[in-house]
Design a protein around this ligand. Structure first.
Ligand code: NAP
Ligand code: MG
Length: 497
């Protein structure tokens, strides 16, 4: 597949530099001297090397974050100054937005245009939204009813204090955005952070570290350790000096991190996998619903935790909607994310390509009908947008998170049946309902077990709207006021006055 490689010279220079990790305000090599190789998913060619940090490097980073939290100017900084620093960081991200988008495109494979207007723009907006929160973190006063000591007078109040050192571990599907969802509330509340990006996609995290330094944050407030999940990630999640862990990735690893956190009672939020239903009711406009359902699964090549990967269409519209999605999929041009003509880029890695094609083969061999796609392409890690039809709700393709451009469609006859099927999942991250009947939508919303429900849209995420899952999709919320609560601890004070 031909690649258009027209990126800015400064972006190329960044990729080509000798990469180091950002610990305690300095660029450092891994103590072991080891490195890992990054590949361009669109070509499978080697991109660059980054340090492979391990437990020793994580220790240094956590110590730096601990010192910054406990003793530095950072802990004494007033909310207004934290607000201004976050705003400054957002301005720098805006200044370098095209470069951040190019790095995300080259490292992850996603479209540079989408990276600019979705990933990077959401990061900028989110940092500004969180800058606003820095000056609005409030406690409460409480009237005390103590029955003893009737002569005594009490004054009681509850403080909201920064939770401390945050260990953030993120996935590769939205590398910069997932990092910012952790960094924004941490910096707004006065926490310090050690970030472990996914081994596949550390480049924007390293560039972010430069911008954090340029914005003027004190040393140790933000640290980036590149390395593998098994070594650096595990060391961070079991580190006794980390006060809170925040993770985005698979349910499987989320469980490991949750267990490690429990040993030291580390606070934790987990944003995990999903198998989100898209539901098309009988009164919906079938063409609009088909376009929406295609976007719900094919955006970011299906590598989205809240992707609409299960499609339930009322039997009246089933053939039309599935046919329309298949024709949208068949017209999609696969290619490099740098090429403006590309509709879908590669998956993140050969491993992910094998995983997704493995699921497609399993679907084929268990009797699912293939409406379109169903094959891979090289030399990059491409998989054609695929729609399969199932009548067996227990089939693994209906139940398991595939994390690729694979949609499984099923017909239904009535609302009770589709709600039963939508909730027949170990996940509960999100759902969308396509309908023109307002009361049908309102009646269904409380019955769907998911953290987000969208009506006539899908994957609409906003800095002010909390996002997170029920069931195996995790716990805690990203974004909104909810995020602030997860980066603060309550301290109850009672004074005898
Ligand atoms: P993953 O293993 O859950 O990776 C997510 C993050 O956790 C990465 O930074 C990873 O580091 C780290 N990690 C891995 N093992 C760890 C451990 N034992 N302790 C601490 N951290 C650890 O996800 P993946 O392997 O990249 O993808 C596998 C599947 O996960 C996908 O196919 C998809 O189903 C699901 N997934 C879901 C989401 C989501 O947003 N819900 C995002 C990505 C993937 P390394 O990358 O360096 O190993
Ligand atoms: Mg990985």
């Amino acid at each position: 597949m031909e690649q258009a490689m027209n990126i800015q010279p400064a972006t190329q220079a960044f990729i080509d530099r000798a990469h180091k990790m950002w610990i305690n305000g300095q660029w450092v090599d891994a103590r072991s001297g080891q490195s890992m190789t990054l590949r361009n998913p669109a070509t499978a060619e080697i991109l660059c090397e980054v340090p492979k940090g391990n437990k020793e490097d994580v220790d240094l980073a956590v110590q730096a974050a601990r010192r910054a939290f406990d003793d530095s100017a950072w802990s004494r900084m007033r909310p207004r100054e934290r607000q201004n620093l976050l705003w400054r960081l957002a301005d720098l991200m805006e200044r370098d937005a095209d470069q951040l988008a190019e790095l995300e495109c080259i490292n992850n494979g996603k479209s540079v245009t989408m990276a600019r207007v979705v990933d990077v723009q959401l990061c900028i907006d989110f940092m500004r939204y969180m800058a606003g929160w820095a000056t609005k973190i409030q406690g409460e006063t409480v009237e005390v009813s103590m029955p003893l000591m009737p002569q005594a007078q009490f004054h009681s109040f509850i403080r909201r204090e920064a939770v401390g050192v945050v260990g953030a571990i993120v996935a590769w599907n939205f590398p910069l955005l997932l990092a910012c969802w952790k960094l924004g509330p941490a910096l707004a509340t006065g926490c310090t952070v050690v970030l472990k990006p996914a081994d596949e996609t550390p480049l924007t995290a390293l560039r972010l570290a430069e911008l954090v330094a340029e914005a003027g944050y004190p040393e140790g407030v933000f640290n980036v350790v590149t390395g593998s999940g098994a070594e650096a990630g595990a060391a961070l999640s079991s580190h006794p000096d980390v006060d809170k862990l925040t993770f985005t990735g698979s349910t499987e690893v989320g469980k490991l991190i949750g267990k490690a956190a429990m040993d030291s009672m580390t606070r934790i939020t987990l944003e995990l996998g999903g198998k989100s239903p898209t539901i098309v009711l009988d009164d919906a406009d079938p063409a609009a619903a088909a376009a929406g359902a295609a976007g719900a699964i094919f955006f970011n090549h299906g590598q989205v935790c809240c992707a609409g990967s299960r499609l339930y269409v009322h039997k009246k519209h089933f053939d039309n909607v599935v046919g329309d999605i298949a024709s949208i999929a068949n017209k999609m041009k696969l290619g490099s994310g740098l090429d403006p003509a590309t509709d879908m880029g590669p998956l993140i890695s050969e491993k992910q390509q094998r995983r997704v094609t493995g699921y497609i083969e399993q679907g084929r061999s268990t009797g699912l009908e293939i409406a379109c796609g169903g094959s891979s392409e090289g030399p990059g890690y491409f998989v054609k947008p695929t729609v399969m039809v199932s009548t067996d709700h227990k089939n693994p393709l209906v139940q398991e998170e595939i994390f690729g451009p694979v949609l499984v469609a099923m017909p239904f006859s009535d609302v009770d049946e589709v709600i039963r099927m939508a909730n027949d999942s170990c996940y509960g991250l999100a759902a969308s309902i396509w309908t023109n009947n307002l009361s049908a939508a309102h009646r269904m919303i409380p019955r769907i077990r998911a953290g987000s429900v969208w009506i006539n849209c899908h994957s609409v995420l906003d800095p002010a709207v909390p996002f997170g899952g029920h069931k195996l999709s995790g716990f805690g919320r990203e974004m909104g006021a909810a995020a602030i609560s997860y980066y603060t601890e309550m301290k109850s004070v009672v004074m005898s006055v």
